[in-house]
Design a protein around this ligand. Structure first.
Ligand code: HEM
Ligand SMILES: CC(C)=CCC/C(C)=C/CC/C(C)=C/COP(=O)(O)OP(=O)(O)O
Length: 305
């Protein structure tokens, strides 16, 4: 008797935990984490001192919730396509772990709460910019650009590049030239980041009819464009130093990371292999994380000493 009564609540709590995991997965948590990280760097760089803790928490959580909700809408809209690609068929919607209606309710509640938090506890400017970013990714990129043009990720990349602007606006209530420089870094980084993945996943994108660059213009053309965007990224990544936003620590870190990224782009351009494209994609994430971490270390190093 005691075994059956204790087994029921235990099963319930396991089910609850599994549901939480499914909804959490809809938010693309690893991408959202890096997005929030870049937004937080925008907040820290916007002030010489420490960001007030309450503001830091409210802005980070609000941006995380809006970003997670945007990702959930993307999963909802693309569920049929996701079901046909090996990389994405394990997601909660194609697996039937959550329904479309549940996803709409979840994304609306989480996104709405995130935006409300930004409006009331941060400032209206940050809320409006985050809403524009949300629409840019969930609607303009996902519904219109992605199925229509190989420039989808170049134009749509503007949404992914917004978080430092959001973070900066959260602290200062303005869109500053410095935050635009951080935007440009992510904007120039997005094409090599995505096209490296699209190269080794090109057969899947072709199968589902997504007009990604390697599908529409071929592998060699894509490799050349990865290289060209990496050159642009190199120049843009030096702008924080050139503009006087950061010092020698950032300059050295940036030079090392950019030479490394460039080495990948050149190697990929000269001799293509799926393995190399995969390594470059993985490195792109390390690159952006470390570049933004270097901005932070540099900022507080000079502040502290
Ligand atoms: C339009 C712009 C972008 C496109 C098209 C894009 C595309 C992708 C794709 C297709 C993946 C693979 C996901 C998977 O295998 O499930 C990925 C992974 C990733 N992206 Fe992006 N991305 C973009 C912008 C960004 C931005 C702005 C960030 C962060 C600042 C970011 C961070 C990441 C991270 C951290 C991963 C690894 C996720 C994991 O390991 O599960 N991406 N991206
Ligand atoms: C409100 C706010 C801060 C929003 C941030 C916008 C956002 C979530 C940008 C990230 C871009 C992203 C996850 C692209 C993945 O490409 P994809 O969706 O084409 O990849 P998939 O094929 O894996 O679905």
């Amino acid at each position: 008797m005691s075994i059956t009564t204790s087994a029921v609540p235990q099963r319930k709590s396991i089910q609850l935990w599994q549901s939480f995991q499914h909804f959490f997965a809809l938010c693309k948590p690893r991408v959202t984490s890096l997005i929030v990280f870049t937004a937080m760097i925008g907040m820290f760089l916007a002030t010489p001192g420490m960001v007030p803790l309450g503001l830091l928490l409210a802005a980070s959580l609000g941006i995380a919730m809006a970003s997670g909700a945007a990702a959930a809408f993307n999963c909802l809209i693309e569920q049929q396509i996701d079901a046909r690609m090996a990389r994405t068929r394990g997601r909660p919607l194609p697996q039937g772990q959550v329904s479309s209606l549940q996803t709409v309710i979840f994304a609306s509640v989480v996104g709405g709460l995130g935006l409300a938090m930004l409006y009331f506890w941060v400032n209206p400017l940050t809320m409006w910019l985050t809403l524009a970013t949300f629409v840019g990714y969930a609607v303009i990129y996902t519904i219109f650009l992605k199925p229509a043009t190989p420039l989808n990720i170049v134009i749509g990349g503007a949404s992914g590049a917004m978080p430092p602007i959001l973070g900066w606006a959260a602290v200062t209530n303005v869109v500053s030239p410095e935050s635009l420089i951080l935007f440009l870094i992510i904007f120039a980084w997005t094409p090599p980041h995505f096209w490296a993945l699209a190269l080794y996943r090109r057969a899947e994108y072709a199968k589902v009819g997504m007009p990604m660059l390697p599908v529409t213009h071929g592998e060699e053309f894509t490799r050349l464009h990865i290289l060209l965007y990496t050159v642009i990224l190199f120049a843009v990544a030096l702008m924080p130093f050139g503009h006087g936003m950061s010092g020698v620590i950032y300059l050295v870190a940036s030079l090392i990371l950019n030479v490394w990224f460039m080495a990948y782009a050149i190697a990929l351009y000269r001799h293509y292999s799926d393995g190399l494209a995969q390594r470059m994609f993985r490195f792109s994430i390390i690159y952006l994380s470390l570049l933004f971490a270097a901005l932070l270390v540099d900022h507080y190093w000079y502040f502290t000493w």
